[in-house]
Design a protein around this ligand. Structure first.
Ligand SMILES: Nc1ccn([C@@H]2O[C@H](COP(=O)(O)OP(=O)(O)OP(=O)(O)O)[C@@H](O)[C@H]2O)c(=O)n1
Ligand SMILES: C[C@](O)(CO)[C@H](O)COP(=O)(O)O
Length: 248
């Protein structure tokens, strides 16, 4: 029988094993610097800033886990947070699954957070954790869209794509990370849904099992560094924080 007096334990898996092809050639994306500090270090600090987080598993490029481990130990965290680094996989889904396998016993709530979203504010992290702790099995932070969205019929490159519809924008949300889950729910989703079924986020795997997913407000600064212009924005946000908030 579970002990209702045992504190809820929350861990984070940070997939950081991607190459960053859309950012262009160079160092793997998570290790590129923002304001002189690797993007991954910003992401780890963003998670460790939540007092609820006791464990962090970083999923590193499979050929670079030892170097990533060494690098992260150059940037110590508060004593309350344990950090481990494991090698990742060929896809984000595989990397997250490998991260989940490395969690210690006794974790109740897990967040999955892209290393590529290094500037998510701690209030967003805490809002996701609070919603899971309040009983939601799957929680995503998200924002309304600023652009109108068209559904198209894909064509070979160079051929204009016919529009087949315009979804009602007020019903759409752009989803961010960290996404939060009851650990048993996320493990089951990763064990059940096979790779290649089109889920581009962890909540998408849970949805395929019929698990209800709820949205909490995301944050503009939780954007994903995907293309070169995102790096320009990230540098600007970081510079503003350093000038006004004493952010390191
Ligand atoms: N095999 C992979 C692929 C992606 N990721 C991680 O998943 C997050 C979100 O992925 P994305 O931003 O798409 O990163 P990349 O896959 O690196 O980008 P690209 O598609 O441009 O190569 C990133 O933190 C990335 O490191 C991962 O851990 N393992
Ligand atoms: C998980 C995610 O960041 C939510 O928006 C996104 O789906 C990752 O997608 P990508 O194709 O790996 O960039």
């Amino acid at each position: 029988m579970s002990d209702p007096t045992r504190p809820i334990r929350t861990a984070v898996v940070i997939p950081a094993a991607g190459r960053g092809v859309r950012l262009g050639p160079g160092t793997p994306k998570a290790l590129r610097t923002l304001g002189g500090t690797p993007m991954l270090v910003h992401a780890v600090r963003a998670m460790a800033a939540s007092r609820a987080v006791s464990h962090i598993v970083v999923v590193a490029p499979s050929d670079g886990a030892t170097e990533v481990d060494r690098l992260l130990h150059e940037y110590p965290l508060a004593d309350r947070t344990e950090l481990v680094v494991v090698p990742g996989g060929q896809t984000r889904q595989e990397s997250v699954r490998l991260g989940l396998a490395a969690l210690p016993e006794g974790i109740d709530v897990v967040l999955v957070h892209d290393a590529a979203r290094p500037l998510v504010p701690v209030d967003t992290v805490d809002a996701v954790i609070a919603a899971v702790r309040a009983g939601a099995p799957a929680v995503v932070p998200a924002l309304p869209l600023a652009d109108t969205v068209k559904q198209v019929e894909p064509q070979p490159q160079g051929t204009p794509e016919p529009v087949v519809g315009t979804p009602e924008r007020s019903l759409l949300r752009a989803v961010q990370t960290p996404q939060g889950f009851d650990l048993a729910t996320l493990r089951k989703a990763h064990d059940t849904v096979v790779e290649g079924e089109g889920a581009t986020d962890d909540a998408g795997l849970a949805e395929r099992l019929g698990v209800p997913v709820v949205v909490v407000p995301g944050h503009e600064e939780a954007f994903k560094v995907t293309r070169p212009l995102d790096l320009v924005l990230a540098e600007a946000v970081l510079a503003r924080r350093r000038a006004t908030d004493g952010y390191v």
